[in-house]
Design a protein around this ligand. Structure first.
Ligand SMILES: Cc1cc2nc3c(=O)[nH]c(=O)nc-3n(C[C@H](O)[C@H](O)[C@H](O)COP(=O)(O)OP(=O)(O)OC[C@H]3O[C@@H](n4cnc5c(N)ncnc54)[C@H](O)[C@@H]3O)c2cc1C
Length: 466
């Protein structure tokens, strides 16, 4: 049996759903195919449950400053982990249920349940059924990396796919991999009372590239969990527990959260049948503005292309891929300024270019510490922001930070970067008092001074024509 459609979308995650929302504006002859657990990575096992966990952890952690503030009996507060995790799942089920009921179910027979692979560029197969598609959007996402030899440790080895399903957690857990996900969850679990020890093969954490922000971050997060860097980890059995060794450290724990990255699901799609040379990751060449796979009526969006694995990029790419898959001629759409936020406390963020992207060009750097002002009031005086700018003009290229409320500062900077604004442009904007944004203002002032750009008669003000 063969079914003919204008567009086939592989994957009902964020990228696939957003592709579908564009495709259906043009044609009803489409199918969406998914062979995994429905509800999207974001809502099921990603952004949403992890942020619920962090919210609980940060609320509970705040009790540590109550005595200073004159709020009494903080020591009598306790956290019921089982109830916290049950609450997390209840919220998670709501997010997932909304997607299944409101987006997937109404598709009727345009939604096909099953594992999909390519037979030819225009021919797909889903569990024995052929689908001939004029165009296809690949939006098959990614999965956590689990080294084969470690699978023998069974359910003592947790990933973000299994963590939120646990009724309870061991008292001591090693987090292996301290990128954005490992650092977020490691800090949250530590603040919920679990003995966490962190390991990473790199000398950096939270995806930071800037050595100075990284140094600051290691010191700050080291207060919540011991951190072992340059640690190629080895796992061994230890009388029913697990011995974790790396970076000169050795600990025995009840469980390990493995957060060493995610791998594209492209390897399960038979992309070799597209007739193109695949790269070392098994990915075909594609254009990042049209999302079109080179020379084929195939588009690739979201985590599966392993380029910008965050939700707002999966959404952007899904829309672009869907728009183009529904039309004869693909349109190139401008990419948005990069923006990556770890919801740690303080937030670890990057807006625009990273230090690694710009260091070789000797940018000017404006920086400021989060101290005094609003941070003092909040009892959150910690962190550093470094903003990279073009010499002479002060045009903002990028920034990295470990900052209280950094998510909002990074957002503002990403918008400014995308608009090509300079430090002087931003300094001419209003800064409310008292606000953490005043520390951003300090870093921008530093950048403007160092860039040496002409600023008019009064720095930070725009003179009107006479
Ligand atoms: C713990 C964690 C926290 C995160 N937190 C954030 C955050 O705070 N902010 C943020 O921006 N991003 C965050 N992310 C990243 C974000 O969740 C992802 O970038 C986004 O969900 C990717 O969406 P997607 O559509 O590409 O993939 P997915 O949502 O994974 O969808 C892919 C779909 O394809 C299906 N599929 C795969 N292969 C096949 C096949 N062969 N046949 C049929 N179907 C197939 C799968 O079953 C799946 O449903 C987080 C991720 C994790 C893991």
């Amino acid at each position: 049996m063969e079914r003919k459609v204008d567009v086939a979308i592989i994957g009902a995650g964020t990228a696939g759903i957003n592709a579908m929302s564009e495709v259906r504006k043009v044609t009803d002859r489409f199918v969406m195919i998914d062979g995994g657990v429905l509800g999207t990575t974001c809502a099921r096992v990603g952004c949403m449950p992890s942020k619920v966990l962090i919210q609980i952890a940060d609320d509970y952690h705040r009790r540590g400053v109550f005595e200073t503030l004159g709020i009494q009996s903080a020591e009598r507060l306790s956290l019921d982990l089982e109830r916290s995790l049950a609450n997390l799942r209840k919220l998670r089920d709501g997010f997932v249920g909304g997607i299944i009921d409101e987006v997937i179910a109404p598709l009727g027979n345009r939604f096909i349940r099953g594992h999909c692979e390519f037979i030819e560029p225009n021919l797909l197969q889903v569990d024995g059924t052929n689908i001939r598609a004029a165009r296809t959007v690949i939006a098959a996402g990614s999965r956590p990396v689990v080294p084969e030899p470690w699978r023998r440790f069974g359910d003592r080895l947790l990933t973000t796919d299994t963590l939120f399903e646990q009724r309870l957690l061991p008292h001591d857990v090693a987090v292996v991999g301290l990128g954005v996900v490992g650092l977020e969850i490691g800090q949250a679990l530590a603040r919920m009372g679990i003995n966490i020890v962190g390991f990473d093969a790199l000398d950096r954490i939270g995806g930071l590239q800037d050595p100075e922000v990284n140094r600051e971050a290691i010191e700050i997060f080291g207060r919540d969990l011991p951190i072992h860097l340059n640690a190629e980890v080895d796992l061994q059995e230890a009388n029913g527990r697990l011995r974790v060794e790396g970076g000169g450290a050795s600990v025995v724990v009840g469980g390990v959260l493995l957060s060493i990255g995610r791998i594209s699901n492209a390897d399960r799609l038979h992309l070799d049948r597209l007739g193109l040379k695949l790269d070392a990751r098994g990915l075909p060449p594609y254009d990042e503005q049209t999302l079109q796979v080179e020379g084929l009526p195939v588009f690739i969006a979201g985590d599966v292309n392993d380029a910008r694995p965050v939700l707002h990029e999966a959404l952007h790419e899904g829309k672009v891929a869907g728009y183009n898959a529904a039309r004869e001629r693909p349109v190139a759409f401008r990419r948005k300024a990069p923006l990556v936020i770890a919801f740690t406390d303080p937030n670890v963020c990057r807006a625009g270019a990273s230090w690694a992207d710009v260091a070789a060009d000797n940018p000017v750097v404006g920086q400021a510490r989060f101290a005094g002002g609003r941070e003092k009031i909040m009892l959150r005086e910690e962190g550093l922001i470094r903003i990279y700018g073009q010499p002479h003009t002060g045009r903002i290229l990028g920034a990295e930070m470990a900052a209280p409320a950094g998510e909002h500062l990074a957002h503002q900077l990403a918008w400014a970067i995308q608009q090509g604004q300079t430090a002087a442009d931003l300094l001419a904007m209003p800064f409310y008092h008292p606000a953490v944004e005043e520390t951003l203002q300090k870093a921008l002032r530093d950048l403007a001074d160092r860039a040496g750009a002409a600023e008019g008669p009064l720095a930070g003000f725009q003179a009107l024509p006479a």
